[in-house]
Design a binder for this molecule. Structure first.
Ligand SMILES: NC(=O)c1ccc[n+]([C@@H]2O[C@H](COP(=O)([O-])OP(=O)(O)OC[C@H]3O[C@@H](n4cnc5c(N)ncnc54)[C@H](O)[C@@H]3O)[C@@H](O)[C@H]2O)c1
Length: 329
């Protein structure tokens, strides 16, 4: 079978990881890259010996692509997904999917109607330790969840602006929200407090440096998530508790506590590699089920984080159902 012909839109930070993975995949080849930054587009094009473009339309017009990685910042998605779906090009879209739920739902419709395979960048779902946690939790009733996403400030210029990144919850802690959904089901309400407490000296910053979300879930589970970028290091975790059991995801490690016993696992895999491999295999074998984070599911994760921002702005709890209805469900 011919190799899957892959293009890239946005070849900044995270694209480097995907480019490397696709380049090493025996069933795929990178054929073109696109970035609005002409120097970056040219440099990455030269690095992989492929055509480079500064316009998405030009790339789609001149290249015959089977698959496309969309690795642009949250504010920059435009109508890239719709254009790719129209041409029946399979998509791998980095998280978060965008900043406006109605707009993202239009993309979802275009993607679903086209029948293409569409993965999203919720890479932590591919962890072996997450698979073990999911298996352990099967059939168990969860009482409470507490989670944290604690890290340092991201220097990229768009991260600090709410209108460009959506803030830390939408842009980064979304990974934790997504894992909670993957392991424990859907959110019902969110109630958020935020503050720009100690980092207001960063030029142009208007996003909170501390965020705390209290939530309830459809199952009746309650929980909270704390997020901050006030630290010099990075650590994330989720504790899922039920009667006489506890699942602790500490970064990529897993600890299972049950009836006084503890078993621990260290992850042995590169989750980005697994994710990109699954995307190429899903296309090659026409097996959508290999994608652990399809677009429609990632829309729900985005909705939780946007609803949480809405709650912070209004000072009121937000029902997910109402939030989704307002976005045209
Ligand atoms: N899954 C993960 O673990 C992970 C990790 C890092 C970043 N990300 C996500 O990937 C996305 C990009 O993040 P990044 O750190 O690579 O950002 P970045 O700023 O380093 O790179 C983004 C690139 O997109 C280009 N770009 C912007 N608008 C464009 C447009 N309209 N057309 C073509 N190119 C355009 C920029 O010039 C830049 O080169 C973000 O949504 C981020 O959340 C995901």
């Amino acid at each position: 079978m011919e190799k899957i012909r892959v293009g890239f839109i946005g070849v900044g930070g995270i694209a480097g990881t995907h480019l490397e993975n696709v380049n090493k995949n025996e069933h795929a080849s990178i054929v073109a890259v696109c970035d609005i930054d002409p120097n970056r587009a040219r440099q990455v094009g030269e690095q992989y010996g492929v055509h480079s473009y500064i316009s998405v339309d030009d790339m789609l017009h001149h290249e015959s692509l089977d698959a496309l990685f969309v690795c642009v910042p949250p504010f920059a998605h435009g109508d890239m997904e719709e254009k790719a779906a129209k041409r029946r090009i399979h998509l791998m879209v980095e998280k978060p999917l965008g900043l406006d739920l109605s707009n993202v739902r239009n993309k979802e419709k275009a993607i679903v109607d086209s029948g293409i395979i569409c993965a999203t960048g919720y890479c932590l779902r591919y962890l072996d330790t997450v698979a073990k946690a999911k298996e352990f939790l099967r059939g168990k009733q969860i009482a409470m969840i507490r989670a944290h996403y604690v890290t340092k400030f991201v220097q990229t210029p768009w991260y600090r602006k709410m209108a460009l990144s959506g803030g830390q919850l939408v842009e980064q802690s979304t990974h934790t929200v997504d894992l909670i959904r993957y392991l424990a089901g859907d959110f019902r309400t969110v109630y958020t407090n935020t503050a720009l407490q100690v980092m207001s000296d960063i030029p142009d910053i208007d996003i909170p440096d501390v965020t705390s979300v209290n939530f309830t879930m459809e199952s009746g589970t309650i929980g909270n998530l704390s997020s901050t970028f006030t630290q010099a290091d990075h650590h994330t975790g989720i504790e899922i508790m039920g009667r006489d059991f506890r699942v602790v995801l500490d970064g990529t490690s897993l600890h299972l506590f049950e009836n006084g016993n503890k078993v621990s696992f260290e992850s042995k895999i590169d989750f980005y590699k697994e994710q990109d491999h699954a995307f190429i295999e899903a296309i090659r074998l026409n097996k959508k089920e290999l994608i652990l984070s399809p677009y429609s599911d990632a829309v729900k994760t985005l909705a939780v984080t946007l609803a949480a921002n809405h709650s912070a702005n209004t000072g009121q709890p937000k029902q997910l159902e109402d939030f989704l209805l307002a976005a045209g469900k």
